[in-house]
Design a protein around this ligand. Structure first.
Ligand code: GLN
Length: 310
């Protein structure tokens, strides 16, 4: 795959410069007002490999709001905590709806389609709040452990902003509670969920922290088992079918990697047995995925032949 790391650095920088002017093609998320304060021209990308190589370009060391990328970590924590019981409460199918859609949830009696749409992530947040005495702290500690970096932090401004504008997520959570699929009190669930979304990390930190998913569940730096190989497979499968929301089909068709986006403009992609790519550019397309971030992943996947479907 990537044999020549110096060459990759040059290529990555060139791809990034070619994409830089295209920031006007998307729109920075503003339904969480604090996210709209981010410079739309920010752009960064990082490739981290399981054998310890890290290549970055642009703003790859600048922290940004990870938002829905946090759903990947929450899912791993919940799987580790309650095992297969989780799959009684959330399904593993693509939703074919927007990430924050409410309509399907009533038809399907409060059981979310998958753990990476908002309803599913709120369900996971409920599992964490009801099974950890201090779930927010446990979450932050998990992120710091995985990134090997204690500087990872919660952006309180983003947290407060989402809390003040979180009515749709509240509606999803209350609807699930009405079907008996949420155990904790809703304000507690929302507070946990908004906290994990408000974590700030750079492309480099995110790429490093997800290497275990490219390495059958094992942190390649410490050799610690983060999750079972079976669960690493399951998370990658869910990211392949649902991680880019209602653009997941097109993403698989054209790029072919398990991936997860966030409305902060970050996208992570797992390259099994190789490494992780993280891109960041805040302007989003209509699916809530970073326009430039997706383009950069397409560039890299093609250049390096990374598709898992080859
Ligand atoms: N915190 C955001 C929300 O719930 C996360 C959405 C996303 O990143 N797609 O709306």
């Amino acid at each position: 795959m990537i044999k020549d790391i110096d060459n990759l650095k040059v290529k990555l920088a060139a791809f990034l410069e070619a994409q830089r002017p295209l920031y006007t093609q998307g729109k920075v998320a503003d339904y969480i007002p604090a996210l709209a304060e981010v410079c739309p021209k920010s752009i960064g990308a990082c490739v981290a490999t399981i054998n310890g190589k890290v290549v970055g370009a642009g703003d790859y060391q600048v922290p940004f709001s990870i938002q829905s990328i946090s759903k990947v970590f929450g899912l791993v924590m919940a799987m580790n905590r309650i095992g297969d019981d989780l799959w009684q409460r959330v399904s593993m199918e693509p939703s074919g709806q927007a990430f924050n859609s409410i309509i399907q949830l009533e038809w399907e009696k409060g059981v979310p389609r998958n753990p990476v749409i908002n309803a599913g992530a709120l369900l996971v947040a409920d599992v964490l709040t009801s099974h950890f005495s201090a779930s927010k702290l446990a979450f932050l500690s998990f992120m710091r452990k995985l990134s090997h970096d204690d500087s990872v932090y919660i952006d309180c401004h983003v947290y407060e902003s989402e809390l003040a504008h979180g009515n749709r997520n509240a509606a999803l959570a209350y609807l699930m509670k009405s079907f008996g699929n949420i155990e904790s009190e809703i304000p507690e669930v929302l507070s946990h969920y908004f906290t994990q979304c408000a974590i700030a990390m750079s492309c480099e930190q995110l790429a490093n922290s997800l290497l275990f998913l490219a390495n059958k569940g094992i942190d390649p730096v410490t050799n610690e088992v983060i999750c079972s190989p079976k669960d690493a497979h399951r998370v990658n499968a869910i990211l392949s079918t649902s991680g880019m929301y209602d653009q997941s089909g097109e993403f698989a068709f054209s790029i072919g990697l398990p991936a997860k986006s966030g409305v902060g403009g970050g996208v992570i992609a797992i390259v099994p047995n190789y490494g992780v790519i993280c891109t960041w550019s805040p302007p989003l397309n209509s699916f809530g995925n970073s326009v430039i971030g997706t383009n950069l992943l397409a560039n890299l996947a093609e250049e390096l032949g990374l598709s898992i479907y080859h």
